[in-house]
Design a protein around this ligand. Sequence first.
Ligand SMILES: [Zn+2]
Length: 76
Amino acid sequence: MVGQYEELSCPFCDKGRIQALYIPGAISVRRSGTRSSPGKQSIHKSRDVWLIKSGCGVCGKTAKELERKLKESGMI
Ligand SMILES: [Zn+2]
């Protein structure tokens, strides 16, 4: 799987460091229509994916809680 590790700061306590795997969204070309009546091509980019790999060692939040909070605050 393609991805890179990033270190994020904890959104709860701002002191802890969280290990996250970042996978950039893939770009794919989609064709609408059928073989006999081809439509236009459209470029589709899937969402970037963040996988939170660790909880916060400072405030004790779990990876799941961190992921939800980071998504809510628009950081991931
Ligand atoms: Zn924390």
